[in-house]
Design a binder for this molecule. Structure first.
Ligand code: BT5
Length: 254
């Protein structure tokens, strides 16, 4: 692993053969003073998590699961929602550059390959009172076929990188490529260039989608794109436009 990470400006890397959640490890470490770009990598997570206490499946030997500590010097809280897109775009561009794949971003935080979920991103903020201490950006990528959860355990169809590439790829090489892109965008997430690259890879633009809120209400609408603040832009039946903040809205193509 360390061999592959050589050349990247990472101050400290912690590798666990097994841990609960690398996001939890990185949050705890950040609270104890982990430096900017401190990295936690695990082979196997026993309590990997998604958004809203959902679970993230990370069996041993098959997936990429890591979390990086970012310490934005001057981040407005309004920019926090742009961190999961930072993770998603980094994974997308790494897969494009390395394996000539055409991944897309399912708003807000999933990476799809052939319309199936290959990666999930979870950005969590660490606060001290009102002050933002750090953002932990956690990324889980299905690499080998055994990392793909059984169909009855997931909400959205899933796939893995090996299946799309057609051979078994090296996890740590992919990790290094994702981190390289991430470090290039880090600090530039409010630029129009970041926004343009993100929006270009957005899945289902110009298509009808179904959105469902946690209460179970759902509606269909035309997906227009995203705003620079990360909000989703939709067109309703009467032609009016509506936007949604990143929250627990389930998005499905029709
Ligand atoms: C996510 O949440 O997609 C964010 C997942 C972030 C995981 C990384 S791994 C490293 C770091 N450490 C952690 O503990 N977490 C981060 P969400 O959008 O809420 O999607 C979760 C849902 O995806 C689950 O409820 C399942 O339906 C589905 N799912 C679980 N594991 C999956 C997998 N390996 N592949 C595809 N779908 C999965």
């Amino acid at each position: 692993l360390l061999l592959y990470l050589e050349g990247l400006p990472l101050p400290e890397v912690r590798f666990y053969a097994e841990t609960g959640s690398t996001n939890q490890d990185a949050l705890d470490w950040a609270a104890q003073g982990a430096p900017e770009l401190a990295l936690v990598v695990a082979d196997h997570q026993t309590a990997g998590r998604g958004r809203f206490s959902r679970q993230w499946f990370t069996p041993p030997g098959a997936a990429l699961a890591f979390s990086i500590v970012l310490r934005p010097v001057q981040v407005s809280t309004a920019h926090i929602p742009l961190y999961s897109p930072l993770g998603a775009l980094s994974v997308v561009q790494a897969l494009e550059n390395a394996y000539h794949l055409k991944p897309q971003i399912k708003w807000p935080n999933d990476v799809l390959l052939n319309d199936r979920k290959v990666c999930g991103v979870l950005a969590e903020a660490l606060w001290q009172g009102e002050a933002l201490q750090a953002i932990v950006l956690g990324i889980g990528i299905n690499v080998a076929p055994s990392s793909v959860p059984p169909a009855d355990q997931i909400l959205f169809p899933a796939t893995c990188v090996d299946e799309a590439v057609g051979r078994s790829i090296n996890r740590w090489e992919l990790l290094a490529k994702v981190l390289k892109v991430l470090l290039e965008w880090h600090g530039k997430i409010t630029t129009s260039a970041f926004f343009a690259e993100w929006q270009k890879r957005l899945a289902f633009v110009g298509q009808m989608v179904r959105l469902e809120n946690p209460g179970g209400d759902s509606f269909e609408s035309l997906l227009l794109g995203v705003h620079t603040n990360g909000h989703l832009r939709l067109q309703l039946d009467d032609g009016s436009e509506r936007s949604f903040a990143i929250g627990d809205l389930k998005l499905r193509p029709l």
